[in-house]
Design a protein around this ligand. Structure first.
Ligand code: ZN
Length: 157
């Protein structure tokens, strides 16, 4: 049995000290405003994984009202979701994702992000896809006031 789930996340950007994407620090004069480490890529992937197993979303498992998760490394959330799926008898088959931001360029960091995800959930790198795109200057992402990510997870039982 094959199941799939989607994930979508957006965070606000303002002047700051860089971004964390896929657990990788990206140097930038902008930063993310978020309750956790603001890793939109991992948040979208976690939502996709939880969604594929119909197990709710990141906010249900880790409420932003709970101070325990403040500034938390999102690789922890990813590992949690992976272990939860394993406990329910699911195997993660594939992850595909897209980071949507205007700048900085993140394409040279993608292989490090894939390494982090692969190590965190013990999934072969050939089954982890991360892409990046801009919105061609349009909308809140184009105006650099936000960053987004989309993900789809395929799991089997
Ligand atoms: Zn998020």
């Amino acid at each position: 049995m094959i199941k799939s789930g989607i994930g979508y996340d957006v965070h606000r950007l303002e002047k700051g000290e860089g971004l964390i994407l896929g657990g990788v620090k990206v140097s930038s004069s902008i930063g993310v405003i978020a309750h956790s480490d603001g890793d939109v890529l991992l948040h979208a992937i976690v939502d996709a994984l939880l969604g594929a197993a119909a197990l709710g979303d990141l906010g249900k498992h880790f409420p932003s009202s709970d101070e325990e998760w403040e500034g938390k490394d999102s690789l922890f959330f990813l590992q949690y979701a992976s272990e939860l799926l394993n406990k329910k008898g699911y195997k993660i088959e594939h992850l595909d994702s897209t980071i949507i931001l205007e700048s900085p360029k993140v394409s040279n960091k993608i292989s490090d992000m894939i390494d982090n995800i692969s190590n965190a959930i013990n999934l072969d790198k050939s089954s982890i896809s991360i892409k990046s795109t801009t919105t061609d200057g349009l909308g809140f992402i184009g105006k650099k006031t936000g960053i987004g990510a989309l993900a789809i997870a395929t799991i089997s039982k």
